[in-house]
Design a protein around this ligand. Structure first.
Ligand code: BTN
Length: 259
């Protein structure tokens, strides 16, 4: 079971995680944050963390699997001082924070656009960003799912060849409390610094720069070379004809890849 006092003792942040709600089980921590907000019970930096998320939501309407008491599953509320067009930078920044936090538990990971966390093309974690626009600016919920202490058998059969965990990568368990504190620390650092630096930091951790990828454009699957990200964090893919700006959806390596 997650130890709240341990998280608090490891936190280096000013705002993020200074209020943590722990639920032994829940449907989705992203939904929990929205609910707390609607009840007037959440302020910037509020975190909801659970040991057992039962109906986790992934990107593109997919389900997200979290192994009880083994995965790190949480959401954080942000009220960033940004334009709505810059939301992609939060998304990329969250990916950077995850990769950097994983170094604290000796795991080298990289990113697939926009924010899949991978080791050797196996998925270690993911980020679901949800936002609403209020009069004061965007309200953003960053939901993070990271595989930490799972063995291969802890995953459903259909996922086993596509995923990995901190435990699998380094041959021993990692401390979820430490990883959570490190992610929040790095995220706060990135958000309070120059957001314009995020695309460069993201690219330094990207696992498919210069590689051929599949991407979808107006409902059609196309192929091209991934050449980078623009200032707002959109993916750039060059085909023989032109460079496409990819604002939504997924990219995939041309060979069959984990989703
Ligand atoms: C992805 O599809 O790669 C993103 C997965 C994000 C899952 C996290 S787990 C915590 C938060 N609550 C949810 O329901 N989803 C996000």
């Amino acid at each position: 079971m997650l130890q709240l006092e341990r998280i608090e003792s490891l936190l280096t942040t000013r705002e993020l995680g200074r209020n943590i709600s722990y639920y032994p089980f829940t449907d989705s921590t992203n939904d929990d944050i929205w609910e707390l907000l609607e009840q007037g019970l959440a302020e910037e930096g509020q975190v909801v963390v659970t040991d057992d998320q039962r109906y986790g939501r992934g990107r593109k309407g997919r389900r997200w699997f979290s192994a009880p008491e083994k995965a790190l599953t949480f959401s954080v509320l942000l009220l960033p001082d940004i334009r709505i067009s810059q939301l992609g930078l939060i998304s990329l920044g969250a990916g950077v924070a995850l990769v950097d936090a994983l170094k604290a538990v000796d795991v080298t990971a990289g990113l697939k656009w926009p924010n899949d966390i991978l080791t050797d093309r196996h998925k270690l974690g993911g980020v679901l960003i949800e936002s609403r626009l209020a009069d004061e600016g965007p309200i953003v919920v960053v939901g993070i799912g990271l595989n930490v202490n799972e063995e291969v058998e802890d995953f459903p059969k259909d996922l086993r060849s596509k995923v990995t965990s901190v435990n699998i990568e380094r041959g021993e368990p990692g401390e979820r409390e430490l990883v959570l504190a490190k992610i929040l620390g790095r995220l706060e650092e990135l958000l309070s610094g120059d957001l314009n630096a995020v695309p460069r930091l993201w690219l330094e951790r990207c696992q498919h720069l210069g590689e051929m990828v599949n991407f979808s454009h107006r409902g059609e699957t196309m192929q091209g070379k991934f050449t980078g990200v623009d200032d707002d964090g959109h993916g750039l893919v060059k085909t023989s004809g032109q460079t496409y700006v990819v604002t939504a959806g997924d990219l995939d390596w041309l060979e069959a890849q984990p989703g």
